[in-house]
Design a protein. Structure first.
Length: 107
């Protein structure tokens, strides 16, 4: 049982940071952006994207103003708040095609 847990932990950490992971600096997100804004408590790894031009990774969607004013960013998609980190809610933001994980303040 112990080795199974260790194997699962290695598999999860070997994938690197994903959209919506917590961060404090850019280094925590690999090649992604670390958002530290009101709607991203504990930081939030994202990618700069533009609607319909740069695809976000699976499990995320491009949302207007997510990185900054007039700067689109990838946010983690969700079905319910249980799909999001603690302190985050699941809702549609800025006409997102699907609900995304954001802090209670929203984008």
């Amino acid at each position: 049982m112990r080795s199974l847990f260790a194997l699962a932990l290695v598999a999860l950490t070997g994938c690197g940071p994903t959209i919506g992971d917590p961060c404090t600096t850019e280094r925590d997100c690999g090649s992604a952006v670390c958002l530290n804004r009101d709607f991203t408590p504990g930081g939030y790894c994202s990618l700069d994207c533009k609607a319909n031009s740069v695809a976000c990774p699976a499990g995320s969607v491009c949302v207007e103003d997510a990185i900054g004013r007039n700067t689109w960013g990838c946010l983690r998609t969700c079905r319910t708040a249980a799909d999001c980190r603690m302190g985050y809610v699941c809702r549609r933001e800025k006409d997102s095609p699907t609900p995304v994980c954001v802090g209670p303040e929203g984008v």
